[in-house]
Design a protein around this ligand. Structure first.
Ligand SMILES: Nc1ncnc2c1ncn2[C@@H]1O[C@H](COP(=O)(O)OP(=O)(O)OP(=O)(O)O)[C@@H](O)[C@H]1O
Ligand SMILES: Cc1ncc(C[n+]2csc(CCOP(=O)(O)O)c2C)c(N)n1
Ligand SMILES: [Mg+2]
Ligand SMILES: [Mg+2]
Ligand SMILES: [Mg+2]
Length: 322
């Protein structure tokens, strides 16, 4: 493998490490919560609450995305969105994002700047800045994003607070990204709704703090699959959960794609990840916040995650190395 490509502005090897950092950071306006932005050994960000919520998710080319399926801007948006969803799932509001980029020397500089455009686009949706990062050489493109958040004086909403009798509710799309993956995997590019949902999710960020304020007892974002992620929540809380399929909306779009591909759309809804909907439990007397829909009930310990009262037959979600 060539160690370097010919010097020039077209590739990351051509512009070099510090040229690349410049291309990724110059001309980006930081919000006022960024007290010291990129350029020093570390950034300084305001932490109004005094506590900092911190999370990291890594995205790897050909594992989490393909450039044949997604534009660099879509990938950048997705990389930030999956992290901001974890901040929202704690009931917090994001404050800043850091970006680790590993890529081969022949990566076009324009691919990186489009990635960064996508990251900033998603960051702007949540009114946060990209305050720092790192760039390194690697054989494949990898994005490692860290997001920080603020709890606004509230306790964090953990995975472990669900209690028997609570209602289980979701906010956001389910099954769309999985349908999009099935479409792209068959070599199609439409319908664009589900395909774009796979390319970059649209997590309902504001629904996290809203759930916290409404008294959510536990919360998680659906990254791996509804049943798998409710399984994490149930395990952490020491409870069982039953999901009622008649409460899950099956969008006509998913029905149509399922029919076209000969696939069961309810399986995408129950086990497809990557839409980063929020799933939470609330005391039964709670008026659910806007956008939240009841989908099930928290049961006594040791009942596992069931669907319509029965154990689910098949994989409940994505797991790396399986
Ligand atoms: N290498 C690691 N070192 C320390 N903690 C880790 C490591 N990997 C994961 N964790 C922690 O384990 C917990 C579960 O990780 P996981 O990656 O499943 O969470 P997630 O980001 O919510 O899910 P996803 O990766 O599917 O988006 C998190 O609290 C995470 O910080
Ligand atoms: C090219 C390609 N192949 C497969 C998939 C499906 N996929 C990858 S990771 C993941 C779960 C979330 O990841 P993580 O747990 O790391 O957050 C899913 C459903 C994809 N998006 N792109
Ligand atoms: Mg998560
Ligand atoms: Mg995550
Ligand atoms: Mg996962």
């Amino acid at each position: 493998m060539a160690d370097r490509t010919t010097p020039g502005g077209d590739t990351v090897a051509g512009i070099g490490e510090f040229g690349l950092i410049g291309a990724m950071t110059e001309g980006r306006a930081q919000p006022s919560t960024t007290l010291l932005g990129p350029g020093d050994d570390a950034a300084v960000v305001a932490a109004p609450d005094g506590r900092v919520v911190a999370t990291t998710d890594v995205l790897v080319q050909n594992v989490h995305f393909r450039f044949g399926w997604s534009s660099p801007a879509h990938v950048g948006r997705k990389a930030v969105a999956v992290n901001l969803a974890d901040i929202a799932a704690m009931g917090a509001v994001p404050t800043s994002v850091l970006v680790g980029l590993a890529c081969p020397p022949d990566t076009e500089t324009s691919v990186v700047t489009q990635l960064v455009d996508g990251m900033w686009e998603e960051a702007a949706r949540a009114r946060v800045g990209i305050v720092g990062g790192d760039v390194v050489r690697a054989e494949e493109l990898v994005l490692s994003i860290t997001a920080l958040g603020d709890l606004g004086g509230r306790p964090p909403v953990t995975r472990s607070g669900a209690r028997p009798g609570d209602v289980v509710a979701v906010c956001g799309r389910l099954g769309w990204a999985a349908a999009g993956l099935a479409v792209l995997g068959r070599g199609f590019r439409s319908p664009v709704g589900v395909v774009n949902a796979q390319r970059s999710p649209e997590p309902p960020y504001a629904a996290g703090p809203a759930a916290a304020i409404a008294g959510a007892t536990a919360m998680i974002d659906v990254s791996d699959g509804l049943l798998a992620d409710l399984g994490h929540l149930a395990l952490a809380s020491g409870v069982g959960i039953d999901v009622q399929t008649d409460r899950l909306t099956l969008d006509q779009k998913l029905v149509d794609v399922g029919t076209a591909l000969g696939a069961d759309p309810m399986r995408w809804v129950l086990t497809g990840g990557e839409d980063h909907a929020l799933a939470a439990t609330f005391p039964s007397y709670t008026d659910l916040p806007e956008g939240w829909t009841r989908i099930g009930t928290v049961l006594l310990p040791d009942t596992g995650v069931t669907v319509d009262g029965r154990p689910y037959d098949g994989e409940t979600g994505w797991e790396h190395w399986r």
